[in-house]
Design a protein around this ligand. Structure first.
Ligand code: PBG
Length: 335
């Protein structure tokens, strides 16, 4: 017999003991479900995001009732914009009759308790597929304009606020947009509308399936002059300090599982709630491996999401939200 005073396995000896020792939990109340809304009267499945749908305005509200019954407290809306409605400025982004403001009104009418969040950025709306306004030069080079973009984002945020949105979520990574959006909202009396800032959003290849779903991939170039370099960790703290100073209510790290160190850093350096976006590529890796029979979908998805919570995220944006809420409900009735 070994002479061991410390036997950590004692704390893992039964399910009940492991339950007592558990440091992190995942609940439907932590989940935000990203949803896509399109023109017309029909819904269409998204091939690149199995299990997800492009919803028409007429059906998204009924779906939100079901999601709310599953315990999901918040949805995040993204617009699918037909090519003929896109222009260089992305003006459809602040059309009060666009799909997003119409969907906000429909959801808030059908299920007022559901928190409605909207993505604020220009990439689904402009012909360039860039999050900001683009200036092209004669030599073929181009620039993503910062200050002009921020003005456009304020128009988009106000359009959503007038439709009744609860949370504005700017995903564009322009400098100074949180304070500008805060001021624009407050000036129209929308002091109650929250801002969840994409604080540390990296220039990630894992957004590929999402851009396929929206038809919003950049027509040329990349997003590296505004989204962060995946090599950088300290820079996330600089972005976080700026967002805190500008009045953000919540901070986001995106993607999530490849950036758990960044989530942990932000958790240690701010008292604000932290969200993490488990992005399309992270979701698809698990779905695709499971569809091939190589991974167990349920346990891998739960482990991935739990790791995000363990790193310090309060809330998780995930395409798996409805499925996970069902699994969690099953687990609680099984116990
Ligand atoms: C665009 C936006 C993107 C995502 C959310 N908002 C894509 C991008 O920045 O190119 C990605 C979401 C995902 O991959 O699930 N403003």
């Amino acid at each position: 017999m070994m002479n061991l005073s410390n036997r950590p396995r004692r704390n893992r000896k039964s399910a009940a003991m492991r339950g007592l020792m558990r440091e992190t939990s995942l609940s439907a109340a932590n989940l935000i479900y990203p949803m896509f809304v399109q023109e017309g009267e029909t819904n269409s499945p998204i091939e690149s995001l199995p299990g997800c749908t492009r919803w028409c305005v007429a059906d998204i509200a009924a779906e939100c009732c079901l999601l709310y019954q599953l315990g999901i407290p918040c949805v995040d809306l993204f617009a699918v914009v037909p090519e003929h409605k896109k222009d260089a400025q992305g003006t459809e982004a602040w059309n009060p009759e666009g799909v997003v403001p119409r969907a906000i009104r429909a959801i808030k009418k059908a299920v007022p308790q559901m928190l409605v969040m909207t993505d604020v950025a220009l990439d689904p709306f402009n012909t360039y597929g860039q999050d900001g306004l683009v200036r092209e030069y004669e030599d073929g080079s181009y620039e993503i304009l910062n200050d002009e973009t921020v003005e456009a984002l304020c128009r988009q945020a106000l359009c959503h606020a007038r439709a009744g949105v609860d949370v504005i979520s700017p995903s564009d990574m322009m400098d100074g947009r949180v304070s500008a959006i805060r001021a624009a909202l407050d000036a129209e009396g929308f002091t109650h509308v929250s801002i969840l800032s994409y604080t540390a959003k990296y220039a990630s290849a894992f957004y590929g399936p999402f851009r396929g779903a929206l038809g919003s991939a950049p027509k040329f170039g990349d997003k590296k002059t505004y989204q962060m370099d995946p090599a950088n960790r300290r820079e996330a703290l600089r972005e976080a300090a700026a967002d805190v100073a500008e009045g953000a209510d919540m901070l986001m790290v995106k993607p999530a599982t490849m950036y758990l160190d960044v989530i942990a850093d932000l958790r240690a350096n701010t008292t604000l709630p932290i969200a993490a976006y488990h992005v399309s590529g992270e979701y698809l890796m698990i779905k695709a491996a499971a569809a091939s029979g190589w991974l167990d979908e349920r346990s891998c998805m739960m482990e991935a999401l739990l790791s995000i919570r363990r790193a310090g995220a309060d809330m998780i944006l995930t395409y798996a939200a409805p499925q996970v809420a069902l699994w969690l409900a099953e687990d609680s009735t099984a116990n």
